[in-house]
Design a protein around this ligand. Sequence first.
Ligand code: HXC
Length: 263
Amino acid sequence: MSSTVSVFKPDVFAGKVAFVTGGGSGICYGIVKQLMAHGCNAAIFGRRQKNIEDAAAALSKDTGKKCIGISGDVRKLDTLQEAIKRTVAEFGRIDFVVAGAAGNFLSPLAGLSANAFKTVLEIDTLGTYHTFKATIDELCKTKGSILAISATLHYTATPLQAHVSAAKAGVDALIKVIGVEYGPRGVRANIIAPGPIAGTEGMDRLMPKELVAEHTRAIPLQTYGSIDDIAQAATFLFSPGAKYITATTLVVDGGSWHTSQSV
Ligand code: HXC
């Protein structure tokens, strides 16, 4: 992860616990690393058991805090419920939830089977709902916060991304309703919409290398973002500095979606 000097107090999350789906790699790995670097313990959840356990060990080693890796599939509510039981047994509480597990590939509608469309909706939208469902009782106890990792694809009509655009629009709508319904219980719910972020599986899959230079010139801030840019934004949204922010989206894209047709 490229690193920026943190503007947050190193112990701002002391005593807190994070639960992060998709935390074994990419953007969500970067988020959980930043949260742990600011004092919290964490559980990360992903499909591949060895990967998630190795990632948890690396996060513990790098930050000096404790991370456990739990395998499961966000499409299966029971695997998330089991993971939450393990997390609470290990750490006693959950304060921060990141719904980050996602699936993506480029496909024109003409090449997209019904099962392919459904698969991405099940990972992204249903998976976010399952993550909420499995964690909300714990968040109500701690007056915690949930954060979904969405996208900007659906702000315009992005070709080859109908499935992900539909899925992320659903994620955005769901999170805003969670924010409204659970605000009175002290729970905040927000969205980060990353733009083009270098070094992620999403960008590797979606952006042909020969188009990178042209694409970069179209971004107002003239560069791709880093995983750390997203992690810093997440740190802010979980911090007390964001205590009056709920049911909203923080777009972290260098201004990209205003000027860019694709990602
Ligand atoms: C067309 C495809 C396809 C492709 C899979 N399918 N890949 N269709 N083009 N490239 C179809 C399959 O043929 C199948 O339909 C259906 O999708 C399910 O595929 P499976 O491989 O059986 O599903 P599964 O093993 O669950 O894999 C899920 C996946 C996979 C989404 C398809 O690619 C995945 O998990 N990817 C890794 C996660 C990932 O990409 N993360 C980065 C997300 S980035 P049929 O009809 O044949 O049964 C992101 C950010 C977005 O989300 C914003 C970017 C800026």
